[in-house]
Write a protein of this length. Structure first.
Length: 233
């Protein structure tokens, strides 16, 4: 089972919080109630439970935001959902109107090993069918080539920190590059402009400029770059 046997109900709440607040923004109880189709009173009770589990920070009458622990689970289940949507659409040719519901049913039981295999089959996708970013995997690799090179899943180590792609940040951000996703050509293209694992960058979202902090070089990145360069949050 996913997320160390955390209940599907908890995963659903955290997934909605991530969908509406991937930068740890506060999400209102009303939003959760509408998206989950659950009465506000029941939502409030669950938020109190999630706060006790240290998955969220909850402010009565205002809403909730994800903690680092909650973010880890939310990204993992969201990634599985969006990869499954890609698989159902591109490989199985399931009707568009059925894809989301079927992915919801499958995401909770998809193993990490199977998720990794699907990622290989789909050539490290960055977007699901409705153009939403697929979160990075939580495996301790610097790039997808390193992941592909490790043939034995039993040797795969889980990453401790949470990552966001530059496409997902909602304001200016600075940090260290921890993961680069994509095929060998894309990875080489990103490296050719001076960005690699450990590179310190400053991203000006408004002007769409990445500045390399070691030498001040400025880069106007493509969408492929932004979707696949990940920093710690």
């Amino acid at each position: 089972m996913s997320s160390d046997n955390i209940s599907q109900n908890i995963e659903e709440y955290l997934e909605v919080l991530y969908r509406n607040g991937s930068n740890k923004e506060q999400v209102s109880t009303t939003t959760l109630s509408k998206e989950l189709n659950i009465a506000p009173g029941s939502v409030t009770q669950m938020l109190k439970k999630l706060e006790k589990l240290d998955y969220i920070e909850y402010v009565p009458y205002k809403g909730a935001s994800l903690t680092d622990a909650g973010m880890k689970i939310a990204q993992k289940i969201t990634r599985k959902h969006r990869i499954l949507e890609k698989f159902l659409t591109d490989i199985l040719k399931i009707k568009d109107e059925n894809v989301h519901e079927q992915a919801c049913e499958m995401e909770h039981s998809l193993s990490d090993e199977a998720e990794r295999a699907l990622c290989f089959m789909l050539n490290q996708p960055d977007l699901c069918p409705d153009e939403k970013i697929i979160p990075a995997c939580n495996f301790m690799f610097g790039n997808c080539n390193d992941c592909i090179s490790e043939k034995d899943f039993d040797n795969v180590v889980i990453r401790d920190n949470n990552l966001l792609s530059l496409s997902e940040v909602n304001s200016n951000a600075d940090g260290i590059v921890h993961f680069i996703r994509g095929n060998e050509d894309l990875i080489d293209e990103i490296k050719s402009v001076g960005i690699d694992i450990g590179t310190e960058i400053d991203f000006n979202k408004k002007d769409n400029i990445i500045t390399l902090l070691d030498d001040g070089t400025s880069i106007s990145p493509s969408k492929d770059f932004l979707n696949n360069i990940f920093i710690k949050i």
